[in-house]
Design a protein. Structure first.
Length: 203
């Protein structure tokens, strides 16, 4: 009985000493805990990048907790490659779970872009050079113009949205709940080099 009591106390103390993030999913964490975790930026794995202020921190914390390995591989890829010299093309990271595409094309006039969302994957869109305007709006409030295509992992919408201009080393996270409108020129249709990492979304 004494040994059982000692083991029980030891187990309790060990669990209590774990960081709150390890004990809870993102949806169970308090807003202050999420903010503290997010601001420490340990999840960046050393990548010298800046998350955009529009990032849904609560959903990011939830997704990170559920599939930490995917996120670690994504940020390790960003940290371990020279993005400025990375050629255009597709890059496997973890099979169908995490993969990247580097583009280097002129941004587009507003009317030549559109709202979209995905269900299977989260978009990490990071500007490498140049500037780009992106919009974000809740899928639940957007009006569907093209129903979800499972093969393309794509649906299209009309929406009001909020728009932001991002420069080099800034990244956006677009979750399945986010309709987003990327590739918009802030003026001049200048060339933008960008990396988009697709990260499989947890349920």
């Amino acid at each position: 009985m004494k040994k059982l009591l000692i083991c029980t106390i030891a187990s309790f103390l060990l669990f209590a000493s774990l960081p709150s993030f390890a004990q809870n999913s993102g949806s169970e964490m308090s807003n202050s805990s999420i903010k503290k975790w997010f601001n420490k930026k340990e999840w960046l794995n050393g990548a010298q990048l800046q998350p955009h202020s529009s990032v849904n921190k609560k959903e990011f914390a939830r997704q990170y907790q559920l599939d930490k390995a995917y996120w670690d591989k994504a940020f390790t890829f960003l940290q371990s490659h020279n993005l400025d010299s990375l050629p255009k093309g597709k890059y496997p990271i973890d099979g169908d779970n995490v993969f990247a595409t580097v583009t280097e094309d002129p941004s587009k006039d507003f009317e030549k872009t559109g709202w979209e969302s995905h269900r299977k994957y989260i978009d990490l869109q990071c500007i490498i050079s140049g500037e780009e305007k992106m919009g974000v709006y809740p899928v639940a409030k957007a009006t569907v113009t093209k129903e979800y295509d499972n093969k393309k992992d794509l649906a299209n919408y009309t929406a009001k949205g909020k728009f932001y201009v991002a420069g080099p080393r800034t990244f956006f996270l677009f979750f399945p709940s986010d309709a987003h409108r990327p590739n918009i020129t802030p003026g001049g249709s200048k060339v933008v080099k960008k990396i988009v990492i697709k990260i499989r979304a947890a349920e």
